[in-house]
Design a protein around this ligand. Structure first.
Ligand code: AMP
Length: 563
């Protein structure tokens, strides 16, 4: 019976849009020029859509005035700020490929990113308390001379020609962002309009280095068509309108910020509200209350930090209605608190990955709460999904396997890396996600872990997610991550890393006692470690491979070498 297979495809009365990022902005400005577009609290910025679009155009002409040409790569290495959002649209308008560089990267990673995609220009933030961006770039490019207006000729990076510094205090040698913008006066608006007409929605427009919880970062290359449509449908999934004010504390260099935040808001005329340069729970609470935000995004650990903040009760969050929790498994208990205590009764869960622009599943605002808290919802409009077993066959509904995604949202490929692209996108166009999921009879999907994180203990498949969800019910447990560690007898054993609530005293034996009789004996963690914090990626994913290494060190275990 065909419908018993784990294959989903979602038709939609709303067609895909054959539009560029610039075209999307034009359409919004034409409809809602006076609605608020961008509010950046830490920079004191409040722009309407008409004001925002005017700034975008000036910057786009500024980029053209530097001789940057269609298809060239422009890196941005900065925490969240107004310049980042302007650059996102201005590069797209000028046909340039924006390269998102994680602001937490250090020299070796920056070097890898610049070389991998051959950046022609780099826009970087001024020094912050965590990172001296100009200082680091100077180490890489010692040729940088004061008075050269950011122009460089570097032996180490022959393709890199221009260095621009954001912010009000430029460092000698770099072209100040304000001058980049001012230079746009040399280019006629008609020249920009003519360039617009040449652009094709299928052009690559953005490269994002996948956070990769393992391995060297790969440059996932996305087109206008990929991200414009994903942003549109994600915003539609939240029922965003021009009356909404979306608080975006997630990073812009990641799809969560620039697609689920920025493009979703722009597609529906909603306001983008940035509480700060990087995540700070108190700033988020203050911003939501002061700006009467109606929507709030976050990875699960951000929502946990907001809910647990000692001053949480002081803030009036009653304007909140919706938002997205995504990026990592969303604990059911946290989601319930987000609905009850943060008033986000229409919160939606998204599941996806950078390589699929990113979202492929989203819960509907009116799905039953039970489904919304326990699954990642249903397949996204115009996207196809199948779940396969190790032999590549589609499994029946209710059976776990690897999720594969196909459709408009699948990336163009990893930049200049056909071999690694072919490892994940097969000849039929399916992106193999490396995630394990189960699709139920109604088409709701539950993510049960990464293929690589699956634990096989004594021949039993154990999904870490299931044990984690169970342990979240323990009153002393604040956060938990379960991994497999090598074991001579069973192949692997279960190891739980737990962060306790303040003042809680559970020990390993009491945690095991809590599990016994409640979950199958082979799922009861043999080892329990208590930690103060988890090793995380900036996008809120626990780096399980580091936890496995830690457990192996602490327990003196060694993994048998495998091919
Ligand atoms: P990234 O490419 O950085 O966006 O990371 C994508 C990965 O994040 C996916 O392959 C999943 O492993 C994980 N992920 C994203 N959303 C969810 C979710 N709602 N539940 C579980 N895992 C998720």
């Amino acid at each position: 019976m065909a419908d018993a297979l784990s294959f989903l495809s979602a038709p939609s009365p709303e067609p895909l849009r054959f539009q560029t990022v610039g075209g999307l902005l034009d359409a919004t400005v034409a409809r809602w020029p006076d609605r608020p577009a961008l509010i950046v609290r830490h920079q004191g910025i409040r722009w309407s859509y008409a004001e925002f679009a005017a700034q975008v155009d000036e910057l786009a002409r500024g980029l053209m005035a530097q001789g940057l040409e269609r298809g060239e790569r422009i890196g941005i290495w900065s925490p969240n700020n107004a310049e980042w959002v302007l650059t996102q649209f201005a590069t797209a308008r000028a046909g340039l490929v924006l390269v998102n560089i994680n602001p937490a990267y250090r020299l070796a990673e920056l070097e890898h990113a610049l070389r991998k995609v051959g950046c022609r220009a780099l826009l970087l933030a001024g020094a912050t308390k965590h990172s001296d961006y100009p200082g680091m770039v100077r180490t890489l490019v010692p040729e940088l001379a004061a008075g050269a207006g950011g122009r460089i000729d570097s032996a180490a990076f022959p393709e890199l020609k221009l260095l621009v510094q954001l912010g009000a205090e430029p460092t000698p040698g770099f072209l100040p962002f304000a001058q980049l913008v001012a230079g746009g006066a040399r280019i006629e608006p008609a020249a920009l309009a003519a360039l617009q007409a040449l652009l094709d929605p299928d052009d690559p427009i953005n490269i994002q280095f996948t956070s990769g919880t393992t391995g060297a970062p790969k440059g996932a290359t996305l087109t206008h068509f990929n991200i414009v449509n994903n942003g549109f449908f994600v915003g539609a999934g939240m029922r965003l309108t021009p009356q909404d004010r979306l608080c975006i504390p997630v990073p812009l260099y990641h799809c969560f910020g620039m697609v689920l935040g920025v493009l979703a808001a722009v597609a529906h005329g909603a306001a983008m509200v940035f509480p700060g340069e990087s995540f700070d729970p108190l700033q988020v609470l203050e911003t939501v209350a002061a700006e009467r935000c109606t929507a709030l995004h976050g990875v699960p650990t951000m929502f946990i930090a907001e809910l647990e903040h000692p001053r949480f009760r002081e803030f009036d969050l009653s304007a909140l209605r919706t938002g997205i929790m995504a990026g990592a498994p969303c604990p059911i208990a946290v989601l319930r608190r987000v609905v009850d205590e943060m008033h986000m009764r229409e919160v939606t869960i998204c599941y996806g990955m950078t390589e699929t622009s990113p979202v492929s599943f989203q819960s509907h605002v009116d799905d039953p709460l039970e489904k919304r808290v326990s699954t990642v919802g249903r397949v996204h409009p115009h996207v196809q999904v199948k779940v396969i077993d190790a032999a590549g066959r589609v499994v029946a509904r209710g059976v776990a396997g690897e999720i594969c995604t196909r459709g408009y949202s699948v990336m163009r490929g990893y930049w200049n890396d056909a071999a690694r692209t072919a490892e994940v996108v097969d000849a039929a166009g399916w992106m193999h996600t490396g995630d394990l999921g189960v699709i139920d009879a109604d088409g709701f999907c539950n993510i049960v872990g990464r293929v690589k994180d699956l634990i096989i203990r004594g021949g039993e498949n154990v999904y870490p997610r299931e044990i984690e969800e169970f342990l979240y019910r323990h009153p002393d447990v604040q956060d938990v991550a379960v991994v497999g560690v090598p074991d001579a007898k069973y192949g692997e054993e279960i190891c739980a890393f737990i962060r306790l609530r303040d003042g809680a005293r559970a020990d390993d034996e009491s945690v095991r006692a809590f599990c016994r009789g409640q979950i199958a004996h082979y799922k009861v963690p043999r080892y329990v470690h208590f930690v103060e914090a988890f090793p995380m990626t900036v996008t809120g994913k626990v780096q399980k491979y580091l936890l496995r290494e830690l457990a192996e060190q602490q327990l003196g275990l060694r993994r048998e070498a495998t091919a």
